[in-house]
Design a protein around this ligand. Structure first.
Ligand SMILES: Nc1nc2c(c(=O)[nH]1)N[C@H]1C(S)=C(S)[C@@H](COP(=O)(O)OP(=O)(O)OC[C@H]3O[C@@H](n4cnc5c(=O)[nH]c(N)nc54)[C@H](O)[C@@H]3O)O[C@H]1N2
Ligand SMILES: Nc1nc2c(c(=O)[nH]1)N[C@H]1C(S)=C(S)[C@@H](COP(=O)(O)OP(=O)(O)OC[C@H]3O[C@@H](n4cnc5c(=O)[nH]c(N)nc54)[C@H](O)[C@@H]3O)O[C@H]1N2
Ligand code: SF4
Ligand SMILES: [Mo]
Length: 739
């Protein structure tokens, strides 16, 4: 008999409520959960299509071992783990723990057990070789928080519930559904701002889906730091700065004012492409609108100065009087007792911050939230010497497509002594692995979204059971990690203690999730608060989730700031040093176009291109170009063009649109399925090409990474384009935008 089980989607950050129809242990359907108190029946096509991922015939459902010819053969878990553990012990014995590395990708963040267990494993090993998708995404957001607040683990969110002005810089929430922000129904939230008489302004080089729905302010790629400095300039020089907020919340405002002085809107107009009057008007609106928030994401993190840009975003919010205020840029919280003290203890015990722990052998980069820039991974594998990376685990990631210069990484992967992928697909990365171990999908594990609790606009708790048992021989990542740690316990002191706990059954993900639920607001505080939540109670009594409070609370800043003086540091030294570096930008006339990225509604990074529902209509991987720029190179709709940067080149079909600023070319990432991966439909999408890997145009040279945290530069990259083949007439007609 079919059962309907409430759960939630873990593909992206809104965590939409879902109802899974399960028949005889098999997932047969997913539909949006109308009873979910926050997503209220919203889900996107990817969420619905996930049934096709769970039941995909191309899915890896038992361990695979690579044969010398590059194909895979089925092996038993016992055989796979025996060999992996033996090789790991040998590598650790010969070269030490710092020869062992781990890359975990974006979907890992959506699994409490996966994140906790990888972090604990790598901290226990004391290996510096932990890599994540963060260096292509969000690490400078956390670094900025460390410099400003003394706290790496926090990020403000725009209070869309109550704002009357929302300025979105470099994000496209109508397609991405929000990032570093958990707000299902975000489209309605934004329309709500306008319906209350407010405004939503989208600062973006492309008139995106979000920009189309609201006001579009075009900006030249990677011009954001200049625009933000100009906003500060106007706020200070026109007497619009909120002196009261500055006195209460910050130190060093005078220093920042001095730094912003040369950046008048007139001085930055040529770089940003924004008329000075538009910047002045925006600054005035931010200062005089009672409830206003500025919010930036991927577009502000992937430029050459992403840390500075992110710090400036928060600084503008603060100086305009919009930080930690209702309707402004606010901080969520878990609401654990003695929160600030708890965060201070965590900070002291776990070296996650910027200036803690050793810097990288290659490029001299720090770790952010314990992770290193993934762009240096290849060179860490190929550069001889102590600390050379020789064994790599990759779970829930596909760095060959998601990181700069995948070809370099592919070649480096083949030099490893041991490479293990934990995934439910053979992807372009683990196609090089010695073993691919089958992972469960999100619906095959119980879960509680720990990292998203403090990023939710509506304080909210939902946990889920596994709605189906593991498919085939799939296992959860933490089970694999437990077994690895267990193999190393005699040699690795941290694993000695862990082994004892493991053997007594004390160390399980459920206990960790339960502890978080019980200690946070609404929890039972292990019996001290009567009627409070436990993980079990949450699942039993609130299967659709429980709202803890309707809104975020202002006044959280005092808990968030861990600097001794309890002030936001507007004189953090990175402001001056990074503003200095803005002067170093030089344009190369050989590469007149600026490349930006974009996300598509029916893609999720590199990994959902095999679901028939998402490929309907024949998906194409297309570059977008302004018709005038196309005319300059003689390109017409549907032509194949070669796009070249100083670092590589790709071929891709082009579609023309005046939704782009002139001089800008937009190409989605996550394509380039060349046939090594096991996803048959993905390999043959885009008329059999599998699309092109845009990150082949990006640089992995340490000198090209953002120097503060080593983030990859993936937007505003100088390129040129030329036609390689004209489209056939029918192709021209068939080429459709957005696919
Ligand atoms: N459908 C779908 N949803 C997703 C994903 C997906 O692949 N597909 N991925 C998920 C992930 S991992 C993340 S991190 C989030 C990201 O969430 P968002 O940040 O909202 O995602 P993007 O659509 O990449 O938006 C970035 C925007 O920045 C603009 N941009 C590029 N360069 C610049 C610049 O220099 N300045 C300014 N101001 N803007 C610029 C781009 O044109 C683009 O519109 O999305 C998540 N959601
Ligand atoms: N040019 C350019 N490059 C970018 C970006 C960009 O905007 N422009 N965006 C960057 C961003 S924001 C991100 S987050 C990265 C993403 O980069 P990555 O995280 O490296 O790659 P994904 O494409 O998300 O691949 C995820 C893999 O995890 C697997 N997977 C999914 N769920 C699970 C699970 O529960 N367990 C396990 N074990 N495996 C699972 C999938 O099958 C897939 O193989 O890409 C980055 N790269
Ligand atoms: S927006 Fe789509 S993919 Fe993201 S959580 Fe909701 S249903 Fe899942
Ligand atoms: Mo991401």
């Amino acid at each position: 008999m079919a059962e309907e089980l409430p759960t939630y989607c873990r593909i992206c950050e809104p965590l939409c409520g879902m109802v899974a129809t399960v028949d005889d242990g098999k997932l047969v359907q997913l539909r949006p959960d109308r009873e979910h108190p926050v997503s209220k029946g919203f889900a996107c096509p990817k969420g619905i299509a996930f049934t096709e991922v769970v039941n995909d015939p191309d899915r890896v459902t038992h361990p695979l071992r690579r044969r010398p010819d590059g194909t895979f053969e089925r092996v038993s878990w016992d055989d796979a783990m025996r060999d992996i553990k033996a090789r790991l012990l040998r590598i650790q014995g010969e070269h030490g723990s710092d020869a062992i590395g781990w890359y975990w990708g974006n979907p890992g963040a959506f699994s409490a057990s996966h994140t906790l267990w990888v972090a604990a494993f790598m901290l226990g090993l004391r290996s510096p070789h932990l890599y994540t998708a963060g260096s292509q995404d969000v690490n400078n957001r956390f670094a900025a928080s460390e410099f400003l607040y003394g706290n790496t683990a926090v990020a403000p969110v725009p209070d869309l519930h109550r704002a009357d002005l929302v300025v979105i810089v470099g994000a496209n929430p109508l397609v991405s559904h929000g990032s570093v922000l958990t707000a299902p129904r975000i489209k309605e939230e934004l329309h709500g701002v306008v319906e209350r008489g407010g405004r939503v302004v989208v600062v973006d080089p492309r008139r995106t889906e979000t920009a189309r729905a609201f006001e579009w302010q075009p900006i030249r790629p990677d011009g954001d730091a200049f625009m933000l400095l100009s906003l500060l300039h106007v706020l200070f020089e026109e007497g619009l700065a909120d002196e009261d907020a500055i006195a209460r919340q910050a130190r060093g405002a005078g220093h920042l004012r001095d730094l912003a002085r040369p950046f008048s809107p007139e001085a930055t107009a040529a770089t940003t492409g924004i008329a000075p009057e538009a910047v002045r008007e925006l600054a005035r609106a931010l200062a005089t609108t009672e409830r206003a928030a500025m919010y930036g994401r991927i577009g502000t993190s992937l430029g050459r100065s992403g840390t500075l840009t992110t710090m400036l975003l928060d600084a503008v919010n603060l100086v305009a009087g919009n930080l930690d205020r209702e309707g402004g840029s606010m901080f969520g919280s878990l609401g654990v007792p003695l929160e600030r003290t708890a965060m201070q203890i965590t900070k002291a015990l776990i070296p996650v911050g910027h200036d803690r722990g050793p810097r990288s052998r290659i490029g001299d980069f720090p770790s952010i939230l314990a992770s290193r820039p993934a762009a240096i991974m290849a060179k860490e594998m190929t550069t001889p010497g102590k600390g050379r990376l020789r064994a790599l685990f990759v779970s829930a990631g596909n760095p060959v497509l998601s990181c700069p210069n995948g070809e370099e990484l592919e070649a480096a992967l083949d030099t490893l002594d041991l490479h293990v992928g934990i995934d439910f697909y053979v992807n372009e990365t683990n196609a090089h692995a010695d073993y691919v171990l089958p992972a469960t999908t999100m619906y095959e594990r119980e879960d509680f979204p720990i990292p998203f609790q403090a990023l939710s606009l509506t304080p909210f708790r939902q946990g889920t059971k596994a709605v189906i048992p593991p498919v085939g021989e799939a296992r959860e990542e933490w089970e694999v990690i437990d077994e690895l740690a267990s193999a190393l316990w005699r040699r690795t002191p941290a694993f000695f203690a862990a082994e004892l706990l493991r053997r007594t059954g004390t160390l399980t993900p459920r206990r960790a999730m339960d502890a978080v639920v019980r200690l946070s607001e609404g929890g039972d505080l292990f019996g001290l608060r009567r009627g409070g939540l436990t993980f079990k109670k949450l699942l039993r009594d609130f299967p659709h989730g429980k709202v803890i409070a309707p809104h975020l609370r202002a006044g959280a800043l005092g808990n968030v700031v861990l600097h001794r003086d309890r002030k936001v540091h507007l004189d953090a030294p990175q402001f001056a040093s990074e503003i200095d570096r803005l002067g170093e930008r030089i344009d190369d006339p050989a590469f007149p176009l600026r490349l930006i990225g974009m996300r598509e509604l029916r893609s999720e990074n590199s990994w959902m291109h095999n679901a028939p529902l998402l490929l309907r209509g024949g998906r194409k991987h297309l570059a977008r170009l302004h018709p005038d720029d196309a005319a300059d190179i003689g390109a017409a709709e549907g032509d194949r063009i070669r796009v070249a940067s100083a670092h590589g080149e790709i071929e891709i079909a082009v579609t023309l649109t005046d939704d782009l600023m002139r001089g800008v070319i937009a190409i989605p990432h996550g394509w380039g399925h060349k046939g090594r991966g096991g996803w048959q439909r993905a390999n043959t999408a885009d008329d059999g090409t599998g699309g092109a890997n845009v990150n082949q145009l990006m640089s992995s040279d340490p000198a090209d990474l953002e120097p503060v945290v080593g983030m990859a530069n993936l937007t505003g990259v100088p390129v040129r384009a030329e036609v390689v083949a004209a489209a056939q007439a029918p192709e021209r007609e068939a080429a459709t935008l957005g696919a």
